[in-house]
Design a protein around this ligand. Structure first.
Ligand code: HEC
Length: 108
């Protein structure tokens, strides 16, 4: 038998690593999501743990985070301008991904 085993295994490993790359070029960054939330969302929402009060109209992020129906896709939809009483932030997809990652850290 020829000693090709390790070579084939090596090639298979490289192939797997290439395939396993995440879809987006960068991973969502929850810390950046928190920064965005404290800058853009906190005037209405209780958006960060340090914040004392928001508006009564907007649900606090801690309860949004626990809303089982609010998937990352739901957040994208909510923030893409279709939400009736929220301003259109025209956030980039990466920023929404970061916010969504941040919201997941609030989940209890
Ligand atoms: C001008 C006030 C205001 C700001 C600023 C604001 N929101 Fe809201 N948001 C609201 C209100 C009011 C609601 C509740 C709307 C309703 O119940 O119809 C809401 C609801 C939501 C919901 C729930 C949507 C759903 O379908 O259940 C999400 C998620 C959300 N906001 C995320 C955000 C994020 C993220 C930011 C910052 C980028 C933000 N909001 C900034 C007012 C605001």
């Amino acid at each position: 038998m020829k000693p090709t085993g390790p070579l084939i295994q090596g090639a298979a490993l490289i192939f797997l690593l290439a395939v396993a790359q995440p879809q987006s070029a960068r991973a969502a960054d929850a810390a950046n999501g928190e920064r965005i939330a404290s800058r853009w969302c906190h005037s209405c929402h209780l958006a960060t743990g340090r914040q004392q009060n928001g508006s009564d109209l907007a649900p606090p992020f801690s309860s949004i985070a626990n809303d089982a129906t609010l998937t990352p896709e739901g957040l994208h939809a909510a923030l893409s301008g279709r939400h009736p009483r929220m301003p259109d932030f025209s956030l980039a997809r990466e920023q929404i991904d970061d916010l969504s990652a941040y919201l997941r850290t609030l989940r209890k």
